[in-house]
Design a protein around this ligand. Structure first.
Ligand code: ADP
Ligand code: F6P
Length: 324
């Protein structure tokens, strides 16, 4: 029989994402409702190693569900990638009476959670990243808000691009994944969508598209470029030189990671936070929570990390058809 959980820790790790606060709030309030104490660990694994640990009450998470970022702070921590760092982290948990931890972050953060679990601390991961690049889940906390933020910004760039009859390359976030770019590409009606999973690095195709769309009378040409491809500024210069059409690059950057979370991010993050606490209490450890086929589910961390996901072929094809 698994040891009874009396105190749960919660931390956010890796890049922040809108909705992380809703998840923290749900972890804290669900645990308290189940008679379990909660400790907030500040600044991810770095804060754990530095023992930046605070008691959390129901009021500690008042008025945060609508706020972007993470009230606990986040960090990247190299020391936690070492065995010594991981053992030290588990020792610190024991010292503070923490029997289980909810880690909100991406794949890298899950590896840290796995290490804590190997060292005797029960762990549950929640998918927190704007990139949507976690294979075991169709939903990640922050993606919905980020894609809406990017979409609204791109609408604005499109207005001025049309007025000036320019071509615009707009770079959106996504370290290795093109989900934000694909979604914006469709939602903004972009003429070209460049994502790392599909791009063939043949700029001549883009140049031909621009020339063709001008012939059809289009006054703008919007290219959504994923961060994983990057180089938007130099690409704009080359395209302008080849087409004779004024071309500007806009890199949306970190504004996509901030701002108040959408209803979807608040709702899903809340359910996931509660779910994480409830499976910890039920004796599960080394699991991550996901959303698949309309349901909240959980997987073994190792299995989750071994899963792969790719851009849906049909959705990508539709994005090409609609951009004609
Ligand atoms: P994300 O969680 O968004 O993927 P990172 O990959 O930067 O972000 O990981 C966040 C943190 O998780 C890292 O700074 C490190 O502290 C921890 N981490 C990443 N990889 C490992 C690993 N292999 N073992 C232990 N901890 C890791
Ligand atoms: O993983 C989320 C993300 O915003 C990526 O899209 C981006 O490449 C990365 O984080 C940027 O991380 P940092 O905050 O370290 O610059």
């Amino acid at each position: 029989m698994a040891k009874e959980i009396k105190t749960i820790g919660v931390l956010t790790s890796g890049g922040d994402a809108p909705g992380m606060n809703a998840a923290i709030r749900a972890v804290v309030r669900t645990a308290l409702a189940r008679g379990i104490k909660v400790k907030g660990i500040k600044k991810g694994y770095q804060g754990l190693l530095n023992e930046e640990i605070i008691d959390m009450e129901a009021s500690s998470v008042s008025d945060i569900i609508q706020r972007g970022g993470t009230i606990l702070g986040t960090a990247r921590c190299l020391e936690f990638k070492t065995k010594e760092g991981q053992q030290k982290g588990a020792e610190i948990c024991r010292k503070h009476g923490i029997d289980g931890i909810v880690v909100i972050g991406g794949d890298g953060s899950y590896r840290g959670a796995q290490a804590l679990s190997r060292n005797g601390i029960n762990t549950i991961g929640l998918p927190g990243t704007i990139d949507l690049d976690i294979s075991c889940t169709e939903y990640t906390i922050g993606f919905d808000t980020a894609v809406n933020t990017a979409m609204q910004a791109i609408d604005k760039v499109k207005d001025t691009s049309s007025s000036h009859e320019r071509c615009s390359i707009i770079e959106v976030m996504g370290r290795d994944a093109g989900y934000i770019a694909l979604w914006c590409g469709i939602a903004n009606g972009a003429e070209d969508i460049l994502i790392p999973e599909k791009y063939d690095f043949n700029e001549q195709n883009i140049i031909n598209n621009i020339i063709e769309s001008r012939k059809k009378g289009k006054t703008h040409h919007i290219i959504i470029n994923a961060e994983g491809i990057g180089h938007s500024v130099s690409m704009a210069k080359r395209i302008e030189a080849a087409t004779g059409i004024e071309t500007r690059a806009t890199i949306l950057g970190y504004m996509q990671r901030g701002g108040c979370p959408s209803a979807k991010d608040r709702y899903y993050a809340s359910i996931m936070g509660a779910y994480a606490v409830d499976i910890l209490i039920s004796g599960k450890t080394n699991r991550v929570v996901g959303y698949q086929h309309g349901e909240f589910v959980d997987f073994d961390i190792e299995d989750a990390l071994n899963m792969t996901k790719t851009i849906n072929e049909y959705e990508f094809e539709v994005s090409r058809i609609l951009s004609l």
